[in-house]
Design a protein. Structure first.
Length: 321
């Protein structure tokens, strides 16, 4: 059995795990990112976390795979661009530092790209060679797989799907565009839309006393009219973006994960209905809209899976991304 260390670097936490080639986590730990203390502090936390797992012993580690927020140049393993959730992270040579520190092959990619790898190797995308992944959480991230290969673009930035505009008259996004999908389908945006609609909530308030996306979704499933109005906006905006993705890439599936997708079957049923209404019949019949299946550990599992150039998918099929 082969083992790898997986690292998932996010704006608030870093997840470390020892993962075997069947996608099973044998050891893991989570630490705060410490982003406010600067990029060198974050990188030191990464190195310390890997060291602690390596010191645990018990298995031989074949390599290290890392998924990071931001746009990643997977060839050099450095950060091409990062937003303010990781201040100063742009330019960080992750691969170079980790390989020098541990003497093991190291692979670095965007955090949603590695989720797409996890879904291909161990989850919902096992049978697909053409698919799109969306992660609906604090923001909206994306990954595109075409003919079994991740679409990366000229500098590693392909897949910034959260910044597709669904309303050119919509609010200004931090990226500079207007009406981005992220302004409607991310957790914070759902909460913002609910506040603007006058939804008060009551059960899942945040520590600051503000309404959360989780509460809006709960209200929607329980028949609350205001929550229903908000979620109708969310689902129509997301469906408009997905229809565009289907027309652009003709995927076999759009696989959706993240906290917002945990709304479950009613969410996917409504989203499928709205998407089908916006998509040409010749293409919509070829595409399934479905939930991600690897779960909350997909980032760290997919990060580790980069270490194995080929991994075993469904029915013994060999896959590579």
């Amino acid at each position: 059995m082969s083992y790898a260390v997986g690292v998932d670097i996010g704006g608030t936490k870093i997840h470390f795990a020892v993962v075997d080639e069947e996608g099973t986590i044998t050891e893991q730990r989570i630490v705060p990112t410490g982003a406010a203390q600067g990029p060198e502090h974050v990188m030191q936390n990464v190195m310390d976390g890997i060291s602690r797992l390596m010191a645990g012993g018990g298995v031989s580690i074949d390599g290290i795979g890392i998924g990071s927020a931001g746009q990643i140049d997977c060839r050099s393993g450095s950060v091409s661009f990062a937003v303010d959730t990781l201040p100063g992270w742009t330019g960080m040579p992750i691969k170079q530092i980790v390989e020098r520190g541990f003497g093991l092959p190291t692979y670095v990619d965007n955090d949603v790209n590695v989720i797409a790898i996890a879904e291909k190797c161990f989850g919902s995308a096992k049978l697909f060679d053409h698919y799109v992944c969306l992660a609906l959480g604090t923001g909206v991230g994306g990954a595109i797989v075409e003919a079994g290969k991740l679409l990366r673009g000229s500098s590693g930035g392909a897949g910034e799907l959260g910044h597709l505009s669904v309303d050119f008259n919509g609010p200004r996004c931090s990226c500079g565009n207007y009406g981005c999908m992220e302004l409607y389908a991310s957790g914070p945006s759902i909460a913002r839309l609910a506040r603007e609609a006058g939804f008060k909530g009551g059960l899942q308030l945040s520590s600051s006393g503000e309404v959360t996306a989780k509460e809006v979704i709960a209200g929607w499933t329980e028949g609350d009219a205001l929550a229903g109005k908000v979620m109708d906006t969310v689902i129509r905006a997301l469906a408009a973006a997905i229809a565009g993705l289907i027309h652009a890439f003709n995927p076999q599936a759009v696989i959706i994960g993240g906290g917002v997708a945990e709304a479950g079957e009613p969410f996917f049923a409504a989203l499928t209905e709205q998407t089908e209404a916006r998509t040409s019949s010749s293409m919509r019949n070829d595409c399934r809209i479905m939930p991600a299946s690897v779960g909350a550990n997909a980032g760290v599992i997919g990060a580790a899976a980069q270490v194995w150039p080929f991994n075993t998918g469904a029915f013994g099929k060999r896959v590579a991304l």
